[in-house]
Design a protein around this ligand. Structure first.
Ligand code: NAP
Length: 244
C-alpha cells in the first residue's frame, strides 16, 4: 500500500512462556487483524482497561500478543466500504478493540466498518480521545435518556459514581446541556470539583446505596446515569419520578 510504511511502531503487551513483557516494537500490516477500514492512528486515549491489558494479572487481554488501546482517532488510509472514504477522519471505541484484537496504541489499526464513527463536526481528533471511551459512554447514556424523552425541564438528574471516569463526564455533559445535575460520590473532597463541573448539588454515597424496606420513596429524579450498579439501582428505582 503506497502510503503505508513497510513497518510501523506499536506498543505491544505479550505473554510468553518466559513471562510477560511489554514495549514499543515494529509491526507490519500483516500483523493487523481483518477489517474493512485501515486507519492511520493520530490519537488514542489511555483508559484504565489499557493499563490492565498491559499487565500480566490484568485479565483484560484476550490474546497473548496485544496492542492495547480501546479507542482511536485517525485518518482512513484504505476502506472496502464506500460509506467510509479514504482521507476522512474517524473515531472508534470499544467492541473488541484493544482487548481481543489490536487496538489504538499503534500508528495503524484495522477496524471493522461497523465500529467506525465519522469524527463529528467541531471536534478535533485529539479532543475526541481526550473525552475518550469514558466520555463517549457517558454521552451515549445521556443520548439514550434524551431519546426516551428526558429534557432539562423534566427535573433533576442524578449521577452516581460521580467522581469516577464515567461519572464526571456525565456530570459535565448534563450540566452543560442545562440539566439540574446532582452528583453522588463517596469522596467528599471531590465535591468542589464536581460543582466546578456543573453539579447543582452533591450527595454522599451512603444516601444512594442505603437499603430500604419501602418500594417507593419521594419521587426525586427525572433520570439517572448510574456508573456504579448494585446497591444504587434499587435506590434509583424507588426515587425516580413517575414516567421517568
Ligand atoms: N470508563 C470507561 O471507559 C467505561 C466504558 C464503558 C463502561 N464502563 C463501566 O462504567 C462503570 C464505571 O466506570 P468508570 O470508568 O467510571 O469507573 P471508576 O472511575 O472506577 O468510577 C467508578 C465510581 O464508582 C463509585 N464506586 C466505587 N465503588 C463503589 C461502591 N462500592 N459503592 C458505591 N459507589 C462506588 C466511585 O465513585 P465516587 O468516587 O464518586 O464515590 C468510583 O469512582 C464500570 O462498570 C465500567 O466497567 C466504563
Amino acid at each position: 500500500m503506497a502510503d503505508v510504511p513497510a513497518t510501523f511502531r506499536a506498543f505491544v503487551a505479550e505473554r510468553t512462556t518466559a513471562g510477560f513483557r511489554r514495549g514499543v516494537c515494529d509491526l507490519t500490516l500483516d500483523d493487523l487483524p481483518d477489517g474493512e477500514v485501515l486507519v492511520r492512528v493520530a490519537w488514542s486515549g489511555v483508559n484504565y482497561k489499557d493499563g490492565l491489558a498491559a499487565r500480566a494479572d490484568g485479565k483484560v487481554a484476550r490474546r497473548d500478543v496485544l496492542v492495547p488501546g480501546i479507542d482511536l482517532a485517525g485518518e482512513v488510509v484504505a476502506s472496502d466500504t464506500p460509506a467510509i472514504a479514504p482521507g476522512s477522519q474517524v473515531i472508534a471505541h470499544g467492541y473488541d478493540i484493544g482487548v481481543s484484537r489490536h487496538g489504538g496504541h499503534a500508528q495503524y489499526a484495522r477496524v471493522p466498518a461497523g465500529w467506525i464513527v465519522p469524527l463529528p463536526p467541531g471536534l478535533t481528533m485529539r479532543d475526541a480521545m481526550a473525552i475518550g471511551t469514558a466520555g463517549f459512554t457517558a454521552a451515549m447514556g445521556i443520548a439514550a435518556l434524551e431519546a426516551r424523552g428526558l429534557r432539562p425541564s423534566s427535573g433533576p438528574v442524578l449521577v452516581t459514581g460521580a467522581a469516577g471516569g464515567l461519572g464526571r463526564h456525565a456530570v459535565a455533559i448534563l450540566a452543560a446541556r442545562g440539566y439540574e445535575t446532582w452528583a453522588a460520590t463517596g469522596k467528599r473532597d471531590e465535591a468542589p470539583r464536581l460543582r466546578e463541573l456543573g453539579a447543582a448539588g452533591v450527595l454522599g454515597r451512603d444516601e444512594v446505596t442505603a437499603g430500604s424496606t419501602r418500594p417507593l420513596e419521594s419521587a426525586r429524579w427525572a433520570g439517572a446515569v448510574d456508573a456504579v450498579g448494585g446497591p444504587t439501582i434499587p435506590y434509583i428505582l424507588r426515587t425516580l419520578m413517575p414516567g421517568a
